[in-house]
Structures are given as structure tokens and as C-alpha cells.
Design a protein around this ligand. Structure first.
Ligand SMILES: [Zn+2]
Length: 144
């Protein structure tokens, strides 16, 4: 491991109230990009990215605009902006793992891979939690 800081990618909502700082050593062209086929992610055309060796931090310059939306098993907080409606990323409720929505990256990297359609509908809550603990990005202690 080098001690050099990991490259940083910034995701933000349209009005700028909710942001995510994603640190990963993986070059963009090598990202494992997923297009979850659940009705929420489809509606946002979301593309999820994560790196178990990276670091992710969610921030809100205007905390009153942060919406933590939960549905289904209710184990995930989908972080949206109440003001402008953008979906920035998600985190496990109560556990320090998250993903960014690559659609919210600023700027959008030009060499994003084609996302792989994913269907997690058959997972149990335990399987879902275990997969995310393996694949999602650890959250910085300061993260929302
Ligand atoms: Zn916003």
C-alpha cells in the first residue's frame, strides 16, 4: 500500500446541498458498475459504484434537505435531496457501508464502464447485509 491519498470523486445533488466524496484507487474504467433493477433504482436510472478498499463520505451542507428514504426491508437509507430530488447514494442503516450513484458524479467520468443489470430481489436480509459488507465502500467516520 502506498501512503498517497486515494483519488477522489465528487457526487452531488443538483442544488449542492447533499454531496458524497468517494475515494478509490480503482481507475474509472475498472469500476464495477451495477444497474440495480429494483423499481427505485430504475426510476432514477441509478448506476451504483463501490470499492471495499475505498472510503466514502456523505455530507450535507444543508442538513434539512437530506432525505433518508427507506423501503422494502428498510435496511438501506437512500440519500436524496428534498429540494432538487437527486439521488446521491445509499448506506446501510446503522452500519458503515455505502455506494454512490455514479449518475450524480460531477463531472461524469468519460470512461465509465457499461453497468451490469443486477436483480437482488431473491436475497434474504442476511444475504443482502453480507453482500454489502463485502462489496460496498466503508464509510468515513464523519459520514452522514
Ligand atoms: Zn439538492
Amino acid at each position: 500500500m502506498s501512503n498517497a491519498p486515494l483519488p477522489e470523486y465528487l457526487a452531488r445533488c443538483h442544488c449542492g446541498a447533499v454531496t458524497a466524496r468517494y475515494h478509490t484507487a480503482v481507475p474509472v474504467s475498472g469500476w464495477s458498475l451495477r444497474a440495480c433493477q429494483c423499481s427505485f433504482c430504475r426510476a432514477h436510472d441509478a448506476q451504483s459504484a463501490s470499492d471495499p478498499a475505498g472510503v466514502l463520505e456523505f455530507l450535507a451542507s444543508r442538513p434539512e434537505r437530506l432525505q433518508r428514504y427507506r423501503f422494502g426491508m428498510r435496511m438501506t437509507e437512500f440519500l436524496l435531496c428534498r429540494e432538487c430530488g437527486v439521488y446521491v447514494g445509499a448506506r446501510l442503516a446503522g452500519e458503515p457501508f455505502g455506494i454512490i450513484n455514479a449518475r450524480a458524479l460531477v463531472p461524469i467520468p468519460i470512461d465509465l464502464p457499461v453497468p451490469q443489470p443486477m436483480n437482488y430481489g431473491a436475497e434474504s436480509a442476511v444475504e443482502r447485509r453480507d453482500r454489502r459488507a463485502r462489496r460496498w465502500t466503508p464509510l468515513a467516520p464523519s459520514s452522514l
